[in-house]
Design a protein around this ligand. Structure first.
Ligand SMILES: NC(=O)c1ccc[n+]([C@@H]2O[C@H](COP(=O)([O-])OP(=O)(O)OC[C@H]3O[C@@H](n4cnc5c(N)ncnc54)[C@H](O)[C@@H]3O)[C@@H](O)[C@H]2O)c1
Length: 453
């Protein structure tokens, strides 16, 4: 079954590539593939690259995908990654050399966020299609550079918003598309990071705005993309507050790294990387090449992101979204709700995969219905992110031409619209003023998200 789909895909994709347009759905522009298996190269061999896009592709998708090169600017890390992934392709520290020698059809971009645009723009110029991790990039200038490069290249960029793929989120999208709540008028989205999860961000490059764009962008991109997709509109204006508490300069002491810290005995955030074999091999053993300290201090003065975020987003279709992202409660999960002309749909997601299903609650508007509130069960599936990761990867690699009725596959436009909310929120925090999304790039927000016609 999988092989048949692959052959169909090979036959169809060449023809589809000619009609490329910059639209929200990446399936509009199927990639041109010339060899039997898709020749991919991975750029950025950190923990994400090594796992989902490395070892997982080699172990589970090698009928469809051939890993032809690995690239990372850290020579030690890329060599360790090759061994961990279990592939026999050459490794590179230079993108140009990788593309020239290995001729990949597609680059998979899993570098730190601040480098995505460099790899994407150059990769497109060199004739590669792109599959990139979120966030697409971290500021509006880099976003515009990607928009321009994609238009010019006629190549395809897929942004891997795996948050769209868990079956229970597909269920929410389906119910909203069916008009369960009528026209959406407003929405609420409160996202909670556990204390440990927030500390993980502070420990790494994510703690520095110039590297991860702040959590407004790095983490918010997932949430804003989900909101845009569910509301089916594009953001118009954003106003926000945010602040940093507990971490960075708020700490009473600090050290160079957890391993070499005089305060480790009394620090609530002490984290021992020497007990994490894979992470130790990947990062600590290769620290001398680029100074990447994986067990960095959560109280270092360089931390300039926020720990508490609150925003109001006005959409081009008139919907207001109230959003918050905090690590104030030691709880991981979220509440999301849509108020519409015919009722309200609520979803509470907690515990990341601890239950086999999620319950959605629909409260009909009593003016239109005498039915009581209804509980709708939405099942999870096996695999990462409640079954979303394998569904997303199958769509990309196994059956790219399979219809996408919920519009789950995302391209540059969706990638940009999600980060622009975060970028606008960050700017609003700095300036104290609302930010107009249309002022950030040359994309004009549309009341209804553009999709393949
Ligand atoms: N979708 C998800 O759920 C999800 C989950 C985790 C991470 N991610 C994303 O995946 C990406 C990687 O995250 P990670 O946790 O593996 O980070 P990481 O820091 O562990 O790995 C990034 C790698 O990129 C390399 N790198 C940085 N700049 C480079 C450049 N210019 N050229 C070549 N290599 C470069 C670094 O040396 C490092 O090995 C990030 O963009 C992150 O947002 C997504």
């Amino acid at each position: 079954m999988k092989k048949m789909n692959r052959r169909q895909f090979m036959a169809n994709t060449g023809a589809a590539a000619g009609g490329a347009l910059l639209l929200g759905s990446a399936s509009v522009k199927a990639a041109t593939r010339s060899s039997k298996r898709l020749r991919v190269a991975l750029v950025g061999t950190g923990v994400r690259g090594c796992s989902l896009w490395g070892r997982n592709l080699v172990e589970n998708y090698s009928d469809y995908v051939q890993m032809v090169g690995l690239c990372d600017h850290n020579p030690g890390r890329v060599n360790y990654a090759k061994q961990y992934i279990g592939c026999d392709c050459p490794v590179f520290t230079d993108l140009e050399e990788l593309v020239r020698k290995q001729k990949p059809e597609t680059l998979i971009v899993t570098t730190e966020d601040s480098a995505h645009h460099k790899i994407i723009v150059r990769g497109l110029e060199l004739g590669c299609n792109i599959i990139t991790e979120k966030p697409l990039t971290i500021d509006e200038k880099k976003a515009q550079a990607i928009i321009d490069a994609e238009r010019k290249s006629g190549k395809n960029v897929i942004v891997t918003f795996n948050y769209r793929y868990p079956p229970y989120r597909a269920k929410i999208k389906e119910l909203l598309m069916q008009g369960l709540v009528g026209e959406i008028t407003s929405a609420e989205f409160q996202y909670y990071l556990s204390d440990g999860h927030l500390a993980e961000y502070m420990r790494r490059w994510h703690g520095e705005a110039c590297r991860g764009g702040t959590l407004w962008v790095h983490k918010g991109t997932h949430h804003f993309d989900m909101a845009n997709w569910f509301i089916d509109s594009e953001p118009k204006e954003v106003f926000a507050y945010a602040t940093l508490e507990r971490f960075g300069s708020n700490g009473a002491f600090r050290g160079k790294s957890c391993r070499n810290c005089a305060h480790s005995g009394k620090c609530a955030y002490f984290w021992d990387i020497t007990k994490k074999e894979h992470l130790y091999n990947l990062y600590t053993k290769n620290e001398q090449y680029d100074g990447y300290v994986r067990d960095n201090c959560v109280f270092r003065h360089q931390i300039d992101i926020f720990s508490k975020h609150s925003a109001v987003i006005k959409y081009a279709n008139g919907v207001y979204l109230n959003y918050s992202l905090t690590g104030d409660s030691d709880y991981e999960g979220y509440w999301i709700a849509f108020n519409g002309t015919r009722g309200r749909l609520e979803a509470r997601i907690e515990g990341f995969g601890s239950k086999e299903y999620n319950e959605l609650v629909f409260i009909p508007n009593s003016r239109f219905s005498d039915k009581p509130a209804q509980i709708i069960k939405a099942e999870h599936q096996p695999g990462g992110h409640w079954g979303g990761d394998p569904i997303m990867l199958d769509k990309i690699f196994v059956h790219p031409d399979k219809p996408d009725p919920l519009g789950q596959q995302a391209g540059v436009r969706d990638g940009v619209m999600s980060i622009l909310i975060g970028i606008a929120a960050r700017t609003s925090v700095y300036t104290g003023k609302p930010v107009n999304i249309a002022d950030l790039t040359d994309l004009t927000p549309m009341a209804k998200r553009p999709v393949k016609s």
